[in-house]
Design a binder for this molecule. Structure first.
Ligand SMILES: Cc1ncc(COP(=O)(O)O)c(C=O)c1O
Length: 449
């Protein structure tokens, strides 16, 4: 029998199932990174991997030993988790916030919050939202967190983007966009705001954050139901530029309970732990998220949660210091190198203050997957002098083309074709500088063809 997977009859897929048969652009990039990437030859400025050196493996091993050695403290760590998450981890998160005044949160504010740990990182909390809300309109910034927005659209949501400014998403611009929607605004489901935006690295200011919460309250009144606003804080503990105002939690002024914060330990400890959480007012939404967590096999593996609790209780200060110092140095060196190597073509450079991305807008150089610039860097020009030979392909440079980061129906779509996200997370500085040299060659090539 030939390939059984290629049977001619179709499946009774849902709309989401049908839309998921073709892998998303990012899915394809991740798959190719995992399969044909040549370590030490190709250069990865594309996928959002954290820097391996920031992962505290020795401390994680210590954490695992402690957890296994003290079942009286870390109960049944090798058994199933629960729908809300490990009580140890929830307690450790609460203490961490209060002890370090994260976002200005004090014990009084913390006592009003519920925390639910997801099954697999912040991603699984975002997925839960996409499952629990009736598909409708989601407002977010442009450029957008393409992974989640792609998923939302496959699930039947309509992602409506609003261009962000230097200090993030402006409530006034969102309001204009909502008004433009006319009657369709009745379909508004929620607002989704990444506080250190991925891909742009733009940091939402506290004033803008407060205005967005006020906007959610106003539109909830106008529509007669709750319009929640979810702040994705994936990179908020990685703001490494000391000049940036310390972020203030949206939960400090959240009388109506519409704001929720989504956090992760992926970027500051280890993505493999798969610890992500949501924090907000107790109530229907939190209950539904916990139920959804239960439905997919409970919150993250208990062992990981207990290890994370141990790390938060014993090692987080030093860890945060080390990680932030590392990214701060890299951001400085890479920012200078970008200006130096790509200066001629560089129209705009954003990011580099938190997280590990720069978002570049090039002048007159297309960056999309069909462009000469992209083909040069993926060694796919058809010219052996540039590409090398099949058995000895020259080093490739992976970046995230802006076309995936802007909404195709938004105002930024055209500009997106000249943009790219460059991650300074994964590779070391000298390798990134080498990649920028290749980018300079690619830009010169793009202008010559
Ligand atoms: C904006 C944003 N949200 C969420 C996540 C996912 O985090 P986690 O590893 O906790 O699933 C990422 C990861 O890159 C991200 O960039």
């Amino acid at each position: 029998m030939k390939n059984c997977g290629e049977m001619r009859m179709s499946y009774r897929f849902s709309k989401y199932g049908l839309a998921s048969v073709t892998p998303s652009p990012v899915n394809r990039m991740m798959a190719s990174f995992a399969t044909d990437f040549r370590d030490g030859v190709d250069i990865n400025l594309g996928v959002g991997y954290v820097n391996e050196k920031t992962i505290p493996d020795a401390l994680l091993l210590q954490a695992m030993n402690e957890v296994a050695a003290h079942p009286e403290d870390y109960r049944q760590a090798f058994n199933y988790g629960g729908p809300h998450g490990s009580p140890n981890l929830i307690r450790a998160l609460r203490r961490f916030y209060v002890k370090h005044h994260i976002g200005g949160v004090d014990s009084d504010c913390m006592s009003r919050q519920e925390i639910v740990i997801g099954p697999s990182g912040a991603t699984s909390i975002l997925d839960a939202l996409a499952e629990l809300f009736e598909p409708g309109i989601v407002i977010t910034a442009d450029p957008m967190y393409y992974i989640y927005c792609n998923q939302l659209e496959r699930k039947g949501f309509r992602v409506v983007t609003v261009p962000e400014e230097a200090d993030g998403l402006h409530a006034e611009r969102v309001e204009e966009r909502l008004e433009e929607l006319g009657d369709a605004v009745k379909e508004l489901a929620f607002l989704y705001v990444v506080t250190v935006n991925n891909p742009s690295g733009v940091i939402l200011s506290n004033a803008r954050k407060r205005a967005l919460v006020a906007l959610a309250e106003k539109w909830s009144d106008m529509l007669g139901r709750n319009i929640p606003i979810f702040f994705d804080q994936a990179y908020e503990w990685l703001i490494h530029d000391p000049a940036v105002e310390p972020p203030e939690s949206a939960l400090l002024n959240n009388a109506r309970g519409l704001a929720c914060e989504i956090g992760t330990l992926s970027k500051v400890l280890a993505p493999a732990l798969r610890i992500g959480f949501i924090m907000g007012a107790p109530g229907a939404l939190m209950s539904a998220i916990a139920q959804k967590t239960s439905d997919v096999g409970f919150s993250a593996p208990l062992l990981n949660q207990e290890m994370a609790a141990y790390m938060l209780e014993h090692h987080i200060e030093g860890q945060l210091r080390r990680v932030n110092e590392g990214y701060r140095v890299k951001a400085g060196a890479v920012g200078d190198a970008i200006d130096e190597t790509l200066g001629t073509w560089l129209e705009k450079r954003r990011g580099g203050k938190g997280g590990f991305y720069y978002y570049l807008t090039l002048r007159d150089i297309r960056t999309d997957t069909q462009s000469p610039f992209f083909r040069f860097l993926s060694r796919n020009t058809g010219n052996a002098d540039i590409d090398g030979t099949a058995s000895k392909l020259r080093p490739r440079v992976v970046y995230l083309p802006g076309e995936f980061c802007v909404h195709p129906a938004g105002n930024a779509a055209k500009e997106g074709k000249r943009q790219l996200r460059l991650s300074y997370g994964f590779e070391e500085i000298d390798v990134i500088v080498r990649a920028l040299e290749y980018m300079r060659e690619a830009a010169a090539y793009a202008q010559s063809v």
